[in-house]
Design a protein around this ligand. Structure first.
Ligand SMILES: [Zn+2]
Ligand SMILES: [Zn+2]
Length: 329
């Protein structure tokens, strides 16, 4: 037993050593943790984006598998500074109970000791209150059994309006409203600024000029996109509504063309076909986008990262390989 305990200690130390350090002060790093939607694809979990700036680690949306992707990056769940929700569709929030509860456990990969900071549209505070009720037994058990700190499982939640949502340690987050359809209001995009750098997240939206306005002068614009096969609508009429809430590749190209960010990237790729195809048809997505936009862009995949440094942006895939953005001749 004592050998096992010692082994556990060694593993804990190794994991502690392997934990990723904060991003260097002059850098801003964006990592796509989930580029997908409710579709349960192994290659693309649902919406979540990590932005590291200075000593801040911010999450934008908490979709399915956010804890797994953070673990892959060796980022302790308890080290997240604050989380922001674009809207309350399930594919943007189903990872919340997991990161909130698992991030509290007293391990090298979790150990949150301060409240879980979360900002989002109206309904966010109610969701945190209801989750606290839903998981009351786990809270009771772990408090009595593992003696985890009460502060670590508390929420510091706020329902926010458009405007500056957060300003701390040189990082400023501003919410702006986007058009995700009549029944999904409000839905937000976010502008994140740090050390003269600017990253814009569209959130879920149709073509919306407010995204263009927010993304003027941005280094990086991360935009959603939808590719839905017309035949699918015949069998599943709800795809018509879904399609109506999102941006086509041609429309996204028009957004990029007018906003002119240094680099544009797709995440939250709504991709629905009659046949159960696993991977996003990147060639078709590139061609359709380039019919309206000639500038540089990248099709995001889970764990694609963007490092903003010295006026440039380095894009890497999960395996560390560097990506050359598409650019029309
Ligand atoms: Zn949505
Ligand atoms: Zn969505």
């Amino acid at each position: 037993m004592s050998i096992l305990r010692n082994l556990g200690g060694i593993v804990a130390v190794l994991l502690t050593i392997a934990v990723a350090p904060p991003a260097p002060a002059a850098e801003m790093k964006v990592t796509l943790l989930g580029t997908g939607t409710p579709t349960p694809r192994l290659s693309s979990f649902s919406a979540a984006t990590l932005i590291e700036a200075g000593d801040q680690r911010l999450l934008f949306d908490l979709g399915r598998g956010v804890t797994i992707r953070l673990f892959q990056k060796r980022i302790p769940l308890g080290s997240i500074t604050a989380s922001f929700l674009t809207h309350l569709h399930s594919d943007h929030v189903v990872g919340l109970p997991d990161i909130w509860l698992s991030g509290w456990v007293g391990t090298p990969w979790a150990s949150r000791k301060t409240p879980f900071v979360i900002y989002g549209p109206p309904g966010t505070v109610a969701m945190t209150e209801n989750l606290t009720k839903a998981f009351a037994e786990d809270l009771r058990i772990r408090t009595a059994d593992e003696h985890l700190p009460a502060a670590g499982i508390a929420f510091d939640a706020k329902d926010i309006s458009p405007g500056v949502a957060y300003e701390k340690a040189g990082v400023k987050v501003t919410a702006f409203e986007v058009n995700h359809g009549e029944n999904i209001k409000p839905a937000y995009g976010y502008v994140v600024e740090y050390d003269g750098k600017k990253v814009v997240l569209s959130g879920d939206t149709k073509y919306d000029e407010r995204v263009i306005a927010a993304a003027k002068g941005a280094d990086l614009l991360i935009h959603e996109v939808a590719v839905i096969e017309p035949d699918l609508v015949k069998t599943y009429p709800s795809y018509r509504e879904i399609e109506g809430h999102h941006t086509s590749p041609e429309e996204a190209g028009r957004v990029f063309d007018q906003a002119k960010p240094k680099l544009a990237a797709y995440s939250h790729i709504v991709f629905a076909t009659v046949k159960p195809v696993q991977d996003v048809p990147e060639d078709a997505l590139r061609e359709r986008t380039q019919s309206t936009y000639k500038g540089p862009f990248v099709i995001g995949r889970d764990l694609t990262s963007f490092t903003l440094k010295d006026g440039g942006i380095t894009v890497q895939r999960a395996d560390g390989s560097t990506v050359e953005p598409f650019k029309a001749q």
